[in-house]
Design a protein around this ligand. Structure first.
Ligand code: NAD
Length: 241
């Protein structure tokens, strides 16, 4: 771990790509683990943009549960360690696939939300954005224009927000180190980012509770809880090496 920390210390640009696994210790289930969300709700019935368009009442009833759980969640030691690394100048951006806002709650400033967020709702007809609480007041949430509202997050079958895509690709092409934390790296195009970084010469540091799709290209792999490993790295970085 010390040699990985030394590389972070020397790097000009370090970015973290985070996934659902960094938030499991905050009580938010990931998608693909045994007790994950898709073990309770069929991805083909709830996860696609066509599902909410064709059956908004059913999908919103699941979203209501999910959003209320997200609201209660607090950042854990992993989120806090990344915020600390940023404030020390050793982490320049977080690209997160998560929609839970926990990096921002932990104090991270430069957070790119690759799959959008659940703080807001967006109208599928006119694009107007509302706070998510506006949508939660209605059984089938509607915009003032009559269009259907959905969380301002990317469903399967929808494009990645353009601004997030451009910024993330630029960081992946230009970073010296990419920390890949708690992601199965099975969802594209997010999973492309570590591959892109590697091709451009970046050192890849994987942190996951078990080997993942990233393991093959990782220069360092640390297996265990992100909430235990990241504070150790941040602690080493806070000392003279
Ligand atoms: P995933 O469920 O596919 O994979 C999670 C990964 O995290 C797994 O590899 C697992 O081994 C690992 N993991 C679980 N707990 C861990 C821990 N404590 N420490 C370290 N690693 C741990 O998640 P994904 O790759 O992010 O892709 C799923 C998609 O689902 C993402 O696009 C994301 O938008 C969305 N999602 C978001 C949230 C959230 O916002 N918190 C929750 C579930 C899913």
């Amino acid at each position: 771990m010390i040699s990985a920390a030394k590389i972070i210390k020397k790097a000009k640009i370090t970015v973290a790509l985070t996934g659902a696994g960094i938030s499991t210790e905050s009580g938010i289930p990931d998608f693909r683990s045994k007790d994950g969300l898709w073990s309770k709700f069929n991805i083909n019935e709830y996860g696609y943009i066509d599902n909410i368009i064709n059956n908004p009442g059913k999908v919103w009833s699941m979203l209501r549960i999910l959003i209320n759980d997200l609201k209660k969640a607090e950042p854990n030691a992993g989120h806090i360690a990344l915020a600390k690394m940023e404030s020390m100048g050793y982490l320049h951006a977080i690209i997160t696939q998560n929609v839970d806002s926990l990096h921002q709650k932990a104090g991270s400033k430069n957070v790119i939300e690759f799959h959008g967020n659940f703080r807001e709702a967006v109208c599928l007809k006119c694009g107007k954005i509302y706070p998510i609480d506006y949508a939660l007041q209605q059984e089938i949430p509607r915009c003032e224009c009559g269009g259907l509202l959905k969380p301002n997050a990317t469903f399967f079958g929808e494009p990645i927000p353009k601004d997030a895509l451009i910024k993330s690709f630029s960081y992946a092409e230009n970073c010296d180190v990419m920390l890949v934390v708690g992601t199965s790296a099975m969802v594209y195009p997010a999973a492309q980012l570590p591959e892109m970084a590697k091709r451009n010469g970046a050192v890849i540091i994987e942190i996951n509770k078990e080997p993942s799709m990233i393991t093959g290209i990782a220069d360092y792999s640390f297996y265990g809880k992100a909430g235990e490993i990241l504070p150790k790295i941040a602690n080493i970085l806070s000392k003279e090496l």
